[in-house]
Design a protein around this ligand. Structure first.
Ligand code: C5P
Length: 223
């Protein structure tokens, strides 16, 4: 599994890398890793912000328990895609299924990891968690609404996103554009992507409001 945690957190505005921002006494990365280590994974690679690898390692050591030997920390890149590529390069040769998870989805329940792993085990080359879109969506051009979009056809993509290793490696090797998630990159390489049920708790901490929500949830349900 690759946990990408190298984002700068510019939109959060918390004055440092997002993954190291605290939810309670513990960071976003710490909470994400607690849930990651509740799922079965042979190897976990944490992709850390440049210069903060030591802080990421501290969180790994605090959460991995007896699976410490299975964890590596590598340095991320300027885009999420480059950070995932850095994680991929650190995977052991014998890993056949790869999950890519955003540390920023700190409260993702372990059952979501299991659903993704089950879909890949059942033969899907790629599988991602999705949740229904609740807002009414419009297509806009400048300040003008040009079309309504049928939201029953839409879903919001979450992580962990799961892939057969050979499929993800080949898609990364041939990627020429920048994609916002790995499923889009793998779909562009011609592979089908299966959908499994996501979870509202797998929301991504992006804005200060998201951070308030995550902090309130952690305060309500201390782990
Ligand atoms: O920026 P955003 O919140 O969409 O990033 C999603 C995830 O990707 C976060 O966990 C973030 O730390 C990670 N990321 C990364 N390297 C980047 C940008 C984002 O590891 N250069």
């Amino acid at each position: 599994m690759i946990v990408v945690a190298a984002g700068s957190g510019t939109r959060l505005g918390a004055g440092g890398p997002k993954a190291l921002v605290g939810l309670d006494g513990r960071s976003i990365l710490h909470h994400a890793l607690e849930r990651v280590f509740a799922a079965p994974a042979a190897q976990v690679v944490v992709v850390a912000p440049a210069g903060r690898e030591g802080d990421a390692l501290t969180e790994v050591l605090a959460t991995a328990g007896d699976r410490r030997d299975l964890v590596g920390v590598v340095t991320g890149g300027p885009t999420r895609q480059e950070s995932v590529a850095a994680g991929l390069a650190a995977l052991w040769a014998d890993v056949e299924v790869v999950l890519v998870h955003d540390a920023a989805r700190a409260l993702t329940p372990p059952v979501v990891f299991e659903r993704v792993i089950d879909a890949i085990s059942a033969g899907a080359p790629a599988a991602i968690p999705v949740v229904p879109v609740v807002d009414t969506i419009k297509r806009v051009e400048g300040a003008e609404i040009v079309a309504a979009v049928d939201r029953s056809e839409l879903a919001a993509a979450q992580t962990p996103q799961g892939f057969r290793r050979d499929v993800l490696d080949a898609a990364y090797d041939s990627a020429t554009a920048d994609f916002t998630d790995d499923a889009a990159l793998v779909a562009a390489a011609g592979h089908e992507v299966a959908a499994v049920a996501g979870d509202a708790l797998a929301f991504k901490v992006t804005t200060p409001d998201d951070l308030d929500r995550a902090r309130a949830l952690v305060a309500e349900h201390p782990s």
